[in-house]
Design a protein around this ligand. Structure first.
Ligand code: MN
Length: 194
């Protein structure tokens, strides 16, 4: 069964004015799709082609890992945002953020610092690691499941993620993600499974 490109969970223009329709067309239709096309080419006719995406990620390296992990990361990223997102989480996730970071503002500081200081391409994450919430960053296609961490929320800080809308202003993109895009319902649903 070839891996397929998951549809966006909202319209291409749904995250405007923050991330433009053109930005999402490129990012989902070209970048995310290219990882799908590349992975299917690499696995064509091989037994791994029948594994789940997660199994492929956990048992591969090199080009197969990079493309498989980027497919997973991007699907997770699209779900980490929603129209009229941002604000603060509620319920058990809010309690755990206060328990492990001290306050929601302190979490935002750590997440912003991780996303800002990831040198070059990569991702910043909110994860559960050994029962505790943590902010992490990963380079290129690397991702929390490799470290037995449960991902709750991510931001893509590859330049292709924000250049069409924010040019070189990565800090402005990160601030906008937290204030207007972050999908705390998705993070809370992931936390409930952790
Ligand atoms: Mn990307």
């Amino acid at each position: 069964m070839p891996i397929t490109l998951p549809a966006l969970p909202y319209d291409l223009a749904a995250l405007e004015p923050h991330l433009t329709k053109e930005n999402l067309e490129l990012h989902h239709g070209k970048h995310h799709n290219a990882y799908v096309v590349n992975l299917n080419k690499l696995l064509d006719g091989k037994p791994e082609a029948n594994k789940s995406l997660e199994d492929i990620i956990m048992s591969s390296d090199g080009g197969v890992f990079n493309n498989a992990a980027q497919i997973w990361n991007h699907t997770f990223y699209w779900n980490s945002m929603k129209p009229k997102g941002g604000g603060a989480p509620t319920g058990k996730l809010a309690e755990a953020i206060i328990r492990d970071f001290g306050s929601f503002d302190k979490f935002k500081e750590e997440f912003t610092a991780a996303a800002t200081t990831q040198f070059g391409s990569g991702w910043a994450w909110l994860v559960v690691d050994g029962g505790k919430l943590k902010v992490t960053k990963t380079g290129n296609a690397d991702l929390p499941m490799k470290y037995k961490q449960k991902a709750l929320l991510t931001i893509d800080v590859w330049e292709h993620a924000y250049y069409p809308s924010f040019k070189n202003l990565r800090p402005k993109y990160i601030e906008t993600f937290l204030n207007s895009l972050a999908n705390w319902d998705f993070a809370a649903a992931n936390f409930a499974q952790a």
